[in-house]
Design a protein around this ligand. Structure first.
Ligand code: 4NP
Length: 153
């Protein structure tokens, strides 16, 4: 299964989501390929935000090797799921999504009808506690995602 996590800048939320999904999958022995991207071009080539790196390092997840990139059209064919962090990211994705895209493009916190875990708030203008909350929220959604995807099959 191939997953792409998407936020606005690809430096705070989606790199953290990638690291958390990889970690949860590894703990469960599930084979996934994960990448992350931004809908905006502001931070292309940059490392994740230092605050995301530090927050995830506190639980042994290393984001430091990730580099920001922008979503491209090919992503809509190469990934099984494209997981937007908030409603605005989802709207931006839908605006550029080809009609014959094969990926399921959803908001991560509402990846299925019964899942109502909401938007992952943008912590960029927040403080360290915003990044802590982001990590907990992403972990809750990632656990729910794998619970749901693998109980259905
Ligand atoms: P992200 O956070 O979308 O979670 O990576 C942001 C990063 C940068 C900006 C906005 C949000 N920015 O405006 O530069």
């Amino acid at each position: 299964m191939k997953l792409l996590t998407v936020c606005l800048g690809n430096i705070c939320r989606s790199p953290a989501a990638q690291g958390i999904i990889e970690n949860v999958a590894q703990e469960r022995g599930i084979n996934v390929t994960v990448d992350s991207a931004g809908t905006a071009a502001y931070h292309i080539g940059k490392s994740p935000d230092r605050r995301s790196i530090n927050e995830l390092r506190s639980v042994g997840i290393d984001l430091s090797q990730q580099r920001a990139r922008q979503v491209v059209e090919a992503d809509f064919y190469q990934y099984d799921w494209i997981l937007a962090m908030d409603a605005s990211n989802l709207q931006n994705l839908k605006a550029i999504m080809p009609d014959d895209a094969s990926a399921q493009v959803v908001m991560f916190g509402e990846f299925a009808e019964h899942v109502r875990l909401g938007e992952v708030e943008d912590p960029y203008y927040g403080d360290d506690s915003s990044f802590h909350s982001m990590r907990l929220h992403l972990t809750e959604i990632a656990e729910s995602f794998f619970d749901s995807i693998y109980s259905a099959s």
